[in-house]
Write a protein that binds this ligand. Structure first.
Ligand SMILES: Cc1ncc(COP(=O)(O)O)c(C=O)c1O
Length: 411
């Protein structure tokens, strides 16, 4: 199993949609075969069309407000006393997170397919919020499937969805979180795919959804490449790109332009949700115990029990609280191009505290996991190492959780 050079990673699958011969694929109900085939044809046509790319780039620039900032975290660098630490402030994007890129592409595809309705899933609420923004902009109806546990813990994003006119469909089954929301959303699409376009909110699902999402978030690393050349006059020789991983859309977007570099030059580090140190439960299939299983139409590492059933997960961060991960990250793990680790809830809260005390930024609990890793790593490195964290979400949605755990919310 090998990562090819000069071929976008999203395209490195075989004719059945498998990466490395075993991750991904299209495990879908018979009734979805045709809609997925149609969507694949549409996407493969649009992604090379000049007018489609022009419309996308225009929206990224003028509606999302890209490029997002690339900033040095000097106080954190001085405090940790090792590597130089920077952040790519993807949370600057309109709506507050990277989920806007994928949502825009899906709204454009929905229009091209002459459909009037969108449906999607959400965990942290950012994907739902971004879909509600683009649905409003493009005049489309929207249903957002969301676990009832997440509806309670991510209220600010739910308020935003409702005020943009989206309907939130509460999902009360299973763990009442993202995994159940995605399942319900796919079930809804099976029955309504003639009028409704489905957008999955991460780099997961049947092959075409992985590709659409990766094609969209790749904008992040295109910008970063320019910004690195501006700041350093070249791509730094010892670069580490650190990103949290739930389904893996922000990490793919942050890394895609850098995959072809040698790992001794550009190291890719994914940080999953290790859950509470007091609990055995976690949401870290790439870095803790897991097996290959099939979830949401694709084969990937999944957190499973001894009978092979998808197991419960636990994380303070709704966006990372997912028992599986992208087939692309499974491929990057098995080829050793990326390294995966985890941070516990406690480490993420402590990282949030330290970063917000020292710097004028306020990352959500998802990127706080990535900050936790840099806090461990940076002091062991010298200052010719450049560590960049993708600060991919704004903390406002986590205000109540942070207040409860840390006693106050710094912003
Ligand atoms: C801010 C933020 N970061 C990260 C994630 C994790 O998703 P992904 O791994 O697809 O980027 C989410 C998911 O909701 C999120 O809202």
């Amino acid at each position: 199993m090998k990562v090819k050079k000069k071929v976008p990673l999203i395209d490195q699958h075989d004719k059945n949609g498998f990466y490395g011969g075993k991750f991904g694929g299209n495990y879908v109900a018979e009734t979805l075969k045709k809609p997925i085939e149609d969507l694949t044809k549409l996407f493969e046509k649009c992604r090379y069309e000049k007018s489609f790319i022009k419309q996308r780039d225009n929206l990224y620039k003028n509606y999302v407000g890209t490029p997002t900032r690339f900033i040095k975290l000097q106080n954190l660098t001085d405090h940790l006393g090792g590597a130089q630490i920077y952040a790519k402030m993807v949370s600057d994007a309109n709506g507050g997170a990277h989920k806007i890129y994928n949502a825009i592409t899906h709204a454009m595809l929905c229009k091209r397919a002459n459909k009037k309705y969108l449906c999607t899933d959400t965990g942290a609420g950012y994907n739902g919020k971004m879909f509600s923004m683009v649905a409003k902009k493009f005049g489309l109806g929207l249903k957002v499937f969301m676990g009832t546990r997440d509806i309670k813990r991510q209220k600010p994003n739910c308020d935003a969805m409702r005020s943009n006119g989206a309907e939130i469909i509460p999902v009360d089954s299973g763990s009442k979180t993202l995994v159940d929301a995605v399942s319900e959303c796919i079930r809804y699409w099976v029955a309504n795919c003639d009028k409704t376009h489905m957008g999955i909110g991460s780099l997961v699902g049947p092959n075409v959804f992985v590709k659409i999402c990766g094609w969209s978030t790749a904008q992040i690393s295109r910008e970063l490449k320019f910004q690195l050349n501006d700041e350093f006059g070249q791509i730094p020789k010892k670069l580490k790109l650190i990103n949290c991983v739930g389904g893996g859309s922000s990490a793919y977007g942050f890394w895609s332009e850098f995959i072809d570099y040698e790992k001794s030059n550009v190291e890719l580090i994914g940080v999953e949700a290790g859950g509470s140190a007091k609990s055995k439960l976690h949401a870290a299939p790439l870095s803790k115990n897991s097996k290959i299983g099939i979830l949401h139409g694709a084969a990937a590492y999944c957190v499973q029990n001894s009978e092979g059933q998808i197991d419960e997960t636990e994380s303070c961060s709704s966006g990372l609280d997912y028992p599986s991960c992208s087939p692309i990250h499974c491929f990057l793990k098995d080829t050793k191009r990326a390294r995966y680790t985890y941070a516990t809830d406690e480490e993420a809260f402590n990282a949030y505290k330290l970063v917000t005390e020292l710097e004028d930024i306020s990352p959500s609990l998802e990127p706080a996991h990535a900050f936790a890793e840099v806090i461990k790593m940076a002091p062991k490195l010298n200052d010719d190492h450049v560590c960049i964290i993708n600060s991919c979400g704004d903390s406002l949605k986590d205000k109540d959780i942070i207040k409860k755990h840390l006693g106050s919310y710094n912003r």
